[in-house]
Design a protein around this ligand. Structure first.
Ligand SMILES: C[C@H](O)[C@H](O)[C@H]1CNC2=NC(N)=NC(=O)C2=N1
Length: 96
């Protein structure tokens, strides 16, 4: 998959299909809340598997039942690429 940085317009178009995700400071981010801590830990574990499959790893910050996901592509000079969009879709589909 391409590691070419996406333009602002391309990111905004992609985000129109990704409710809850934001584009700021060359990163995509979203916050999720789960019923309890162990549920949230299980989601983090599943995201870990997607990340290994995609060879693309977001920053996952878990506080009790709240998870903040932040993703950018280091190999593209810390810019948003299709890899970030793909990971965001996988995560959103899983938590829905
Ligand atoms: C060597 C390996 O393919 C790279 O370091 C991968 C791993 N995971 C990654 N994750 C993220 N978020 N950005 C990258 O550029 C990246 N690159």
């Amino acid at each position: 998959m391409s590691t070419q940085p996406l333009s602002q317009g391309e990111v905004e178009l992609a985000l129109s299909n990704l409710p809850g995700w934001h584009f700021e400071d060359n990163k995509l981010s979203a916050e999720f809340e789960f019923p309890n801590h162990l549920f949230a830990v299980a989601v983090v574990s599943a995201i870990g598997l997607f990340q290994e499959e995609l060879n693309h790893h977001a920053t996952l910050s878990l506080t009790y039942n709240k998870l903040i996901v932040v993703t950018t592509t280091h190999d593209a000079g810390n810019k948003v690429t299709k890899k970030d969009i793909t990971l965001a879709h996988k995560i959103t589909e899983f938590v829905e």
